[in-house]
Design a binder for this molecule. Structure first.
Ligand SMILES: Cc1cc2nc3c(=O)[nH]c(=O)nc-3n(C[C@H](O)[C@H](O)[C@H](O)COP(=O)(O)O)c2cc1C
Length: 168
């Protein structure tokens, strides 16, 4: 039975997992049967009739796990409606060039599979939980820390995705 929707994500510090859960939850309120899973816990795609796949942005790119997942499953993903989302800190910047770069984090996966919808959302950056390397990077680039996620915006996006996949 191909009646389920998959929400799959990668995460390093959990904030993208929360965004994925909110998307899944909103799709459920629309009446969908949804599995929310880290990409490395998805065994097969045959049960799913649509997929929403996301990643945080690190140094301008998606985490490799999500990219590899799409690469590995591209044939199947090209035959069902797919939406992508990216979570990062530059996503609320007022400079259109910075926003364009956040969107460009999805260029590599867009070349493999054309999404019906693609969203970029603000994430969370807490210095105290970061690995020493990540902390050194964010200190060096003087990144702002805090939780900038807006779950209302995420849920509104999930509704827009639902509009695109419900009819298929
Ligand atoms: C080392 C490092 C590099 C980052 N690079 C970017 C970036 O290039 N663009 C961006 O928008 N956010 C960047 N961020 C912010 C993360 O995308 C953001 O904190 C995100 O919410 C983390 O998701 P996670 O908790 O699921 O791992 C970076 C964060 C760290 C720690």
């Amino acid at each position: 039975m191909k009646d389920k929707i998959l929400v799959a994500y990668a995460t390093r510090y959990g904030s993208t997992a929360d965004v994925a859960e909110a998307i899944g939850d909103e799709l459920r309120t629309m009446g969908a049967d949804v599995d929310v899973r880290p990409v490395d816990k998805v065994q097969e795609l045959t049960p799913y009739r649509a997929a929403v796949i996301g990643s945080p942005i690190y140094m301008g790119k998606w985490l490799p796990e999500s990219q590899v997942f799409i690469e590995k499953n591209q044939q199947r993903l090209r035959s069902i409606p797919v939406a992508f989302f990216a979570v990062g800190l530059t996503t609320t910047d007022e400079n259109p060039e910075v926003i364009r770069k956040a969107e460009a984090s999805m260029d590599a996966v867009r070349m493999l599979v054309t999404p019906v919808e693609a969203g970029i959302f603000p994430g969370r950056l807490e210095s105290s939980v970061l690995s020493p390397t990540d902390r050194a990077i964010i200190t060096m680039i003087r990144a702002k820390t805090g939780d900038f996620r807006d779950f209302q915006v995420v849920r509104a996006w999930a509704q827009a995705v639902w509009q695109k996949i419900a009819v298929v």
